[in-house]
Design a protein around this ligand. Structure first.
Ligand code: ZN
Length: 440
């Protein structure tokens, strides 16, 4: 208002001269930053910018006039400059233009932020996928993931650091602060997720099959906790039999009810009906045989067609007991002692062959020497091994060595050329057997 009064006092001719004078323009510019002067005419930068970018369209008649004055022709009525500047700053045109420009700026910032955010997200995803694939590779190969209470020097970290040399996203991830999903709890969680995915695929396969059989085996682990392994056997559409291992389950005991509850829980967990069961197969270990028959009965109560495969049960049992019997005979002790003698020598050879500076000729010589020693010990070491085995048999209360029953050659196979040697002692028989060993 002070400027306005001053200009009135100076008169019309004075006004045009004074409009570009620095003090007045400076004051106007401070108050209205959008004002610029071109050839003594005032323009609004905001309205010009918005109109040039066609951010405001469909102008009303008043807005058209305003645009003409402040965008197209320029404002020149400086006599009423202060009033007109004030009025323009509140016109619809000016306010719309300012709002449109702000919206554009806002959109650009959001877009920039979201582009950067998206890139970061994709990089993180790449790094996380590498963590997953490394864990998967270690799990498939059955390699230990962690060291002894040390995450830093574990196989997992070593593999990741090696891969980070080729994958920049992973390198950046490993160097960042904060959550990296590398803690052993995260590893366990990831492995758990993978296991669930694999299980779900297996279960889907079982679900698609019309029938299934239960295969259940129990044993106690090193800490004497009962572990029950559960497999489900199915026949696929192309008539291929598949045995799917479900999992190990630890149970408090092996009573019929506990085992039945476990089976029922597994079927419920995977949404499989017990009516699908057409076979049951358990190892016939004598200590749980009573429990097993109880389990069979309970399952039969639920599904009467769940046929019990007694033949397989007994075959497994027979095989196991046959192996156990053999472990208790003198022959087994004797042959184990021979193997120990041989492996002692071979172990030394193995270590020698792994030496970095060994030439091919030297390695051939070493193998030849050990072969000669082993062949020679067939005669020289027999007595020593025999005595050692007899002593071991006594200590372990194993039956004394016996001559196996000599079988007569059937007449239809007897050509008369074979002489049927009769051995007087078990030692003579064993000596004749071992004399046939030849190592090349
Ligand atoms: Zn304007």
């Amino acid at each position: 208002m002070v400027a306005e009064q001053g200009s009135r006092k100076r008169g019309k001719s004075d006004t045009s001269k004074s409009l570009t004078t620095p003090p007045r323009f400076k004051r106007y510019k401070e108050q209205y930053p959008w004002l610029i002067i071109k050839n003594d005419k005032g323009f609004c930068t905001d309205c010009t910018d918005a109109c040039e970018r066609k951010l405001v369209i469909n102008l009303h008649s008043r807005e058209v006039q305003s645009k003409k004055a402040w965008v197209d022709d320029g404002f020149s009525n400086w006599k009423h400059g202060a009033d007109r500047l004030k009025i323009h700053s509140t016109t619809c045109l000016h306010l719309n233009c300012v709002e449109a420009l702000l919206n554009v700026a806002k959109t650009n910032v959001v877009q920039q932020i979201s582009t950067a955010h998206f890139k970061q997200m994709m990089d993180n995803r790449t790094a996380l996928l590498k963590i997953f694939s490394t864990l998967k590779a270690l799990a498939i190969q059955g390699l230990p993931i962690r060291g002894d209470n040390n995450d830093e020097r574990s196989n997992f970290m070593t593999f990741l650091q090696a891969r980070a040399e080729d994958v920049v996203e992973l390198k950046a991830w490993l160097q960042r602060d904060g959550h990296k999903w590398l803690h052993h709890r995260s590893q366990n969680e990831i492995l758990e997720l993978m296991a669930t995915t694999v299980s779900m695929e297996i279960i889907e396969d079982i679900r698609n099959a019309e029938y299934c059989s239960i295969l259940l085996d129990e044993t106690s682990d090193v800490s004497r906790i009962e572990q029950v392994s559960v497999c489900l056997r199915i026949v696929s559409e192309d008539l291929t039999a598949k045995e799917h291992f479900i999992s190990f389950f630890s149970t408090s005991d092996t009573k019929a009810k506990t085992l039945f509850d476990l089976v029922e829980e597994i079927f419920q967990k995977y949404n499989l009906p017990l009516s699908k069961v057409r076979g049951q197969c358990y190892d016939g270990a004598s200590n749980v045989s009573g429990n097993i028959s109880g389990l069979q009965t309970r399952i039969l109560e639920k599904e009467s067609r769940a046929f019990v495969d007694k033949e397989i049960n007994s075959a497994m049992s027979t095989k196991a007991s046959g192996f156990y019997d053999y472990m208790e005979c003198f022959d087994c002790t004797f042959y184990l002692n021979i193997l120990i003698e041989m492996f002692d020598r071979i172990e030394i050879l193995n270590k020698d062959l792994q030496k970095m500076n060994l030439s091919v000729i030297e390695s051939y010589e070493k193998v030849g020497a050990v072969t000669d020693v082993l062949n020679a010990s067939r005669d020289s070491k027999f007595e020593e091994i025999w005595q050692k085995s007899v002593q071991a048999a006594e200590d372990l209360e194993i039956d004394e060595p016996r001559i196996p029953r000599q079988r007569k050659i059937p007449k239809r196979l007897d050509t008369g050329t074979t002489t049927n040697v009769q051995f007087k002692t078990a030692k003579a028989f064993s000596e004749s057997r071992t004399s046939k060993f030849m190592i090349n």
